[in-house]
Design a protein around this ligand. Structure first.
Ligand SMILES: [Zn+2]
Length: 207
């Protein structure tokens, strides 16, 4: 079963746990229960499967090696530029603006690259523009922190940067929209034990 899970996630790189339960004919809990064991095997290959917002993501734990081997220098510079724009423009950058980022590629090459970055989950499509993809959030988090002009919110539950969610105005404790749905059923107060003020959060990102 572990092998099937690894193969299925490897094939998609990023897959919803519901999709996987259908594909493998097992429950979400069965998959979750096996993650620690699976990760101890993947550890040898510097790979790790992370569960974020009911999505399973295959992460290269040795850093952004895969990115460097699949993108040219110009493409990497472009990715860094667009991530910088997204993170400093309320986690969204328009499609037309993205094509006007100064770089040596022509428009066709940029469109092809953008599509590839979406397919591989480095970027995500939001309306007619772009947001930060789940793999960038997981594998490029130190880069994201360093290119941001403001202090980023990280999830109370898994320390992943929150680009769409809610935060406590008193203590900056944050969570994604999905995490907040679970949380709202359990508590009316901030989950930070040092704060515990009534949960009246501010919004993070595009709604
Ligand atoms: Zn708080």
């Amino acid at each position: 079963m572990d092998v099937e899970i690894i193969q299925a996630i490897y094939q998609h790189k990023c897959v919803g746990i519901k999709t996987l339960t259908k594909q493998l004919d097992c429950s979400g809990q069965q998959i979750k229960d096996r993650l620690d064991g699976i990760n101890s095997k993947l550890n040898e290959f510097a790979m790790e499967i992370k569960l974020v917002d009911e999505m399973l993501v295959m992460v290269n734990s040795s850093g952004d090696e895969t990115l460097f081997s699949t993108l040219s220098n110009n493409e990497l510079v472009y990715l860094r530029s667009i991530l910088t724009e997204i993170i400093n423009n309320d986690y969204f950058y328009g499609g037309i603006d993205a094509l006007n980022i100064a770089n040596p590629m022509n428009k066709t090459q940029m469109v092809q690259l953008l599509n590839r970055l979406i397919k591989t989950h480095w970027l995500t499509e939001i309306g007619n523009g772009y947001g930060i993809g789940i793999r960038s959030l997981l594998e490029l988090s130190s880069l994201l922190h360093s290119i941001s002009d403001h202090q980023l919110y990280v999830s109370h539950y898994n320390s992943v940067i929150v680009t769409k969610g809610y935060a406590c105005p008193h203590c900056r404790t944050a969570m994604t929209v999905k995490q907040s749905e679970n949380f709202a059923q359990m508590s009316k107060n901030c989950p930070n034990s040092k704060c515990k003020k009534l949960w009246k959060p501010i919004q993070i990102g595009q709604f």
